[in-house]
Ligand binder design. Structure first.
Ligand code: GLN
Length: 488
C-alpha cells in the first residue's frame, strides 16, 4: 500500500505536486479492491474501468472512493444488496453521488450492505457475508458493512454510507474508523433507496474526522428533489475544525454507561466501559466539562421497540413498489399479477426482511395503528425531547458505541432479538435518528485486540460543534488513521 492509507489532504497535496497521478491512485485502489473482495467480500461491484478526473482545487478531485450500493448510480448496477434488484441499473444519480462526481471524486466500487439497509451485521447481503478486516471471525456490523470494511482495509480514504438506526456509526466502531451522519436533511436523500424515510440519513465513513468533514462538505446542500433537505451553505465543517474545545460541555447518561446496570456483563463489555471512562478523562484534559446526567430508564428501554415499530412500518410502505414489474427481474410464467408479485417477493427477499414486513404490516393495520404505530411515535417524541433537554445545557452527549468490539458471527443476532439488559447500550444511537441529530463515532481504543468506538451526538444544525469536539478528542488519542492489522 503506497498511497491509499493516506488522508484526503495528503493525497491532494501529492496530486497537486505531481508526485502521483489520479490514474495511479485508481490503479492502486482497484488492486486493493480485488484483494479486499477475495479476503472479506466487501463489494457488490468493482469498477475496473474507473476513469481519472482532472485535479482541481477541490480536495476530493482525482481521489478514489466507494459508494454504498443503495445509492443510485446512473448506468451502474445498484442493488441495495438485494436479490430483488440484482439486475437494476438506475437511469439517474443520487444527488449526493452527483455532488461527489462534480467535485471530481472517483467511484471505484459499490459496497455491500445488509439488504436494503435492514440489519446490523453485514450478513444479509445477496452477495454473501462481509468479514471484518481486523478479524475474519467477526462481523463489521451493518448495514454499511462493505464501506466500513474497505475504508478500514485501506482501499481508499472514504466510502459513503447510510444510517437509519446506527448503520454508519456502529460499523465504524467495529472497524476502528470514523462514521458521521450529519443533521437530517443536510444531505439530500434523493436517489438513496428508501428504508425508513423519517429516519434515513446519508453520511460517510473515513479514517479521521477531517476527512469526514471534507466529504460531507461536498455531499451536503439543499435539493429541490428532497423537500426535507435544507440550505446548509453557511456551514463549513472543514473550517470549523479548530480543535479548541475549552469550556464545551459534554454529558453522559448514567443509565446507559454505569457498569452496575449490567449484572451479567461480559469481560469485553467491562473493558469497553472502563476504556470509555478513561476517554471521558481525556475530554476533561482538553478543557471540556463532563457531567453525568440521568434519563428515565423505562423510556430508554423503550427505544429499541420504538425503532422496530417505526422502521418496519416505514420500510413495509416504502418497499411496496418492489413488485418485479417496474424494477428487478420480473417473475415469468404467471397468468395473473398477484401470483407474479408474490413469487418475486417470496423468492427475492431474505427471511429477515420478510419478518420486518410482517411486523410493519401488523402495526399499520387499522385496528393496531393506535396501540403500536402511534404510541411508538409518541415515545419517539419523548426520547427526542429528553435529548433536546440535554442540549439546552450541553453541547453534546458522549456515549460508548455498542456493548463491546465487533461481535463474532456465531453470536449473530438481529436487533429483533436483543438482550434486554444491554439493549439500550447496544441501540441508543437510534435516538440520533429519531431527532435527526448530527452524530459521529470515532475509534477510542481496543478491547480483546479489536477496535471500539465512542459516539458524540449534538443538537440539530450544530454539526460544526459536534465535529470540532470529535476532532479535538481524536487529536488527544492515538487511534487516528488506523488500517486494520490483517489488511496491512
Ligand atoms: N441495525 C439497525 C437495523 O437493523 C440499523 C439499520 C440502519 O441504520 N440502516 O435496522
Amino acid at each position: 500500500m503506497k498511497y491509499m492509507n493516506k488522508s484526503i489532504e495528503e493525497l491532494h497535496e501529492l496530486l497537486k505536486s505531481g508526485e502521483v497521478t489520479s490514474k495511479e491512485l485508481i490503479e492502486e485502489s482497484l488492486e486493493l479492491s480485488h484483494k479486499v473482495q477475495d479476503e472479506y467480500n466487501a463489494f457488490v461491484t468493482i469498477l475496473d474501468n474507473a476513469k481519472e478526473t482532472e485535479v482541481t482545487d477541490n480536495l476530493l478531485s482525482g481521489i478514489p472512493c466507494g459508494i454504498k450500493d443503495n445509492y443510485s448510480t446512473k448506468g451502474i448496477l445498484s442493488t441495495g444488496s438485494s436479490n430483488t434488484l440484482k439486475d437494476y441499473v438506475p437511469f439517474f444519480d443520487a444527488t449526493a453521488y452527483a455532488k461527489l462526481k462534480e467535485a471530481g471524486a472517483i467511484m471505484v466500487n459499490k459496497t455491500a450492505m445488509d439488504e436494503f439497509g435492514m440489519g446490523g451485521t453485514g450478513t444479509t447481503c445477496h452477495t454473501g457475508v462481509v468479514l471484518n478486516p481486523w478479524d475474519k471471525t467477526r462481523m463489521c456490523a451493518g448495514s454499511s458493512a462493505g464501506s466500513a470494511c474497505a475504508v478500514a482495509a485501506g482501499v481508499y480514504p472514504y466510502a459513503t454510507g447510510s444510517d437509519t438506526g446506527d448503520s454508519i456509526r456502529k460499523p465504524a466502531a467495529y472497524c476502528g474508523i470514523v462514521g458521521y451522519k450529519p443533521t437530517y436533511g443536510m444531505i439530500s436523500r434523493y436517489g438513496l433507496f428508501p428504508f425508513a424515510s423519517s429516519l434515513d440519513h446519508l453520511g460517510v465513513l473515513t479514517r479521521n474526522v477531517k476527512d469526514a468533514a471534507i466529504v460531507v462538505d461536498n455531499m451536503k446542500g439543499i435539493d429541490k428533489n428532497d423537500m426535507t433537505s435544507w440550505d446548509s451553505s453557511k456551514i463549513n465543517l472543514t473550517k470549523a475544525l479548530t480543535g479548541d474545545v475549552k469550556g464545551k460541555k459534554l454529558c453522559f447518561v448514567k443509565e446507559i454507561t454505569d457498569l452496575d446496570n449490567y449484572k451479567n456483563a461480559s469481560p469485553e463489555l467491562k473493558a469497553h466501559l472502563e476504556n470509555y471512562y478513561k476517554v471521558l478523562e481525556k475530554c476533561k484534559e482538553l478543557g471540556m466539562e463532563v457531567d453525568e446526567v440521568s434519563v428515565d430508564r423505562t423510556l430508554l428501554n423503550a427505544s429499541a421497540s420504538v425503532y422496530v415499530v417505526i422502521s418496519c412500518a416505514e420500510a413495509t410502505s416504502n418497499m411496496s413498489n418492489l413488485t418485479g414489474i417496474i424494477f428487478g427481474p420480473r417473475s415469468e410464467g404467471f397468468d395473473n399479477w398477484i401470483d407474479m408479485v408474490k413469487d418475486y417477493r417470496t423468492k427475492g427477499f431474505s427471511s429477515l426482511i420478510k419478518r420486518r414486513f410482517v411486523i410493519g404490516s401488523y402495526v399499520l393495520q387499522s385496528q393496531n395503528q393506535e396501540r403500536y404505530f402511534r404510541n411508538a411515535q409518541r415515545v419517539r417524541r419523548l426520547l427526542v425531547d429528553a435529548w433536546k433537554d440535554l442540549f439546552k445545557k450541553y453541547d453534546a452527549v458522549i456515549l460508548p458505541v455498542g456493548i463491546g468490539p465487533a461481535k463474532h458471527f456465531d453470536s449473530d443476532k438481529d436487533m429483533l432479538s436483543n438482550d434486554l439488559e444491554t439493549v439500550t447500550l447496544d441501540e441508543h444511537l437510534q435516538i440520533g435518528n429519531y431527532g435527526g441529530f448530527p452524530s459521529i463515532t470515532i475509534p477510542d481504543g481496543f478491547v480483546d485486540g479489536m477496535p471500539v468506538g465512542v459516539n458524540i451526538t449534538g443538537n440539530c444544525y450544530d454539526d460544526e460543534n459536534v465535529l470540532n469536539i470529535a476532532y479535538a478528542l481524536e487529536g488527544a488519542m492515538e487511534y487516528k488513521n488506523q488500517i486494520a492489522k490483517e489488511a496491512e
